[in-house]
Design a protein around this ligand. Structure first.
Ligand code: GLU
Ligand code: MG
Length: 451
């Protein structure tokens, strides 16, 4: 879509405000809106934004980062290809925005540009990336000062479907209307927990889609006087909310899935194993991008089906990287890898960009993972000493530990670049400190409705 088409489409639909959306280093979706009157200009010139916004830790506490203080300005420049009318807000539309410097270059702290760079790197290797975010979230209502799940239903249960039917159906209609292909829906294991998945797409579109998805679910839940929490562990006694990342690499024509090999172990190609090798080699630092909140580490514990160890396995839901079994008659197209330690408190551009960076590193260095890292059982059921013998280590047990692992990961740090990594690490460190000085109810309150 070009700029004129965007303005015409918005005008014809009766839109008054078009919001230029972005996701910050803290995983928070933010934006600024242009009235339709000035839209034609603003699509070109962007909307001004203070450089400080990429240095905000929890509760908008500005961190002291060089070049991200009160002085300085960037532009939020919308991508016309992402223009979307909002079925739940007829006078509004959104566009995903890139962050540009005043001399019209991508800003070094722009997460969307970070993902684009990783996609370009893959492109130069002749690779096309398909990805999907698989979000789980909790549907809740206000309960005094806090929130309570809307039901106590069991996993995939008909009762759970009944309880949330009206709101889920409205969400499905709205996602369809915005061009997000709904694939599956079911009430998940936890009380009030939902899983509604959408189809895979080109990597950049997949990350954009996840922003549209979070916006849609939150807004429609509110229209039903409910709250949708994307926090990784909004209810301490219930199953956590993952947002597993699915990825596959295709050839230049996007016709052949290069992760598929009918003769490969578990149907996975050599390139698939190299990708796993890269991901596992960088996983302890990578989770600082994919599971980046303090609350994320209440989810990444053993026996939670969210993974707690650096290992992989075919259809093993306790392994950090799962090789999902292919679908009958669709084996080639359905071959993919699933990263389990990932949740919706992540900035989707940083999470997916980090995953691509780690996987490409595995391909470049031919990092075939040792068979000792392939696990067919729940790792906690292995005999004493077996994990150690196989060289299987824990995922970080806290944000603090993950941030330190990211800092030490030269590959990921180089991919992020100095400006983005410095700001990112600073705000994550500040979050880790803040929540270590407060109790769990403070942590849950701050995370519940933030994403
Ligand atoms: N809720 C689990 C998680 O936190 C995932 C359950 C599943 O879908 O396998 O990742
Ligand atoms: Mg699930």
């Amino acid at each position: 879509m070009n700029n004129e088409e965007v303005v015409r489409k918005a005008t014809d639909a009766g839109v008054l405000l078009v919001t230029f959306l972005y996701c910050d280093n803290g995983g928070v979706i933010r934006g600024k809106s242009s009235h339709i009157y000035g839209l034609a200009n603003r699509i070109d010139s962007g909307i001004g934004l203070t450089v400080a916004m990429q240095a905000m830790s929890d509760n908008d506490d500005l961190q002291p980062i060089d070049g991200m203080g009160p002085k300085g300005e960037i532009r939020l420049v919308p991508d016309p290809n992402t223009f979307t009318l909002l079925p739940y807000a007829p006078k509004r539309a959104v566009m995903m925005a890139d962050m540009h410097t005043l001399d019209r270059k991508p800003w070094a702290a722009c997460p969307r540009d970070f993902l684009k760079k990783q996609i370009d790197r893959a492109g130069k290797m002749g690779l096309n990336i398909q990805a999907a975010f698989e979000p789980e979230w909790s549907l809740a209502r206000r309960d005094g000062d806090g929130f309570a799940p809307i039901d106590e239903s069991l996993c995939f249960s008909g009762v759970g479907m009944t309880e949330s039917m009206e709101v889920i159906d409205d969400i499905v209609v709205a996602l369809d209307a915005q061009g997000l292909q709904v694939e599956q829906y079911y009430p998940e294991l936890g009380h009030g927990q939902q899983e509604l998945t959408i189809g895979h797409a080109d990597a950049l579109r997949a990350a954009d889609n996840h922003i549209v998805y979070r916006e849609t679910v939150r807004n429609i839940a509110r229209q039903h006087d409910l709250y949708a929490s994307f926090a990784p562990k909004p209810f301490p006694d219930q199953s956590g909310n993952g947002c597993h990342l699915h990825i596959s690499l295709w050839d230049e024509q996007a016709e052949r899935n290069l992760f598929y090999d009918s003769d490969g172990r578990h149907g996975l190609s050599q390139m698939g194993y190299q990708f796993i090798g890269g991901v596992l080699a960088h996983l302890r630092g990578l989770v600082a991008l994919t599971a980046p909140s303090v609350n994320s580490y209440r989810r990444l514990i053993p026996n939670s089906w969210s993974s707690a160890f650096v290992c992989y396995g075919p259809d093993n839901r306790e392994a950090a990287v799962r090789i999902p079994s292919g679908y009958w008659g669709n084996e080639m197209a359905s071959a993919n890898l699933e990263l389990k330690p990932s949740d919706s408190s992540a900035n989707p551009y940083l999470a997916l960009g980090g995953l691509i960076s780690a996987g490409l590193d595995g391909i470049t260095n031919n990092t075939i993972p040792s068979l000792d890292l392939e696990i067919d059982v729940d790792p906690t059921t292995l005999p004493d000493g077996e994990l150690k013998r196989r060289g299987i280590v824990n995922l970080p047990r806290s944000l603090d530990e993950a941030v330190r692992a990211l800092e030490e990961d030269v590959t990921l740090m180089e991919s992020l670049g100095p400006t983005l990594s410095e700001a990112y690490l600073a705000i994550r460190r500040a979050d880790a400190k803040l929540f270590s000085e407060n109790d769990q109810s403070f942590e849950i309150r701050r995370h519940f409705n933030k994403f």
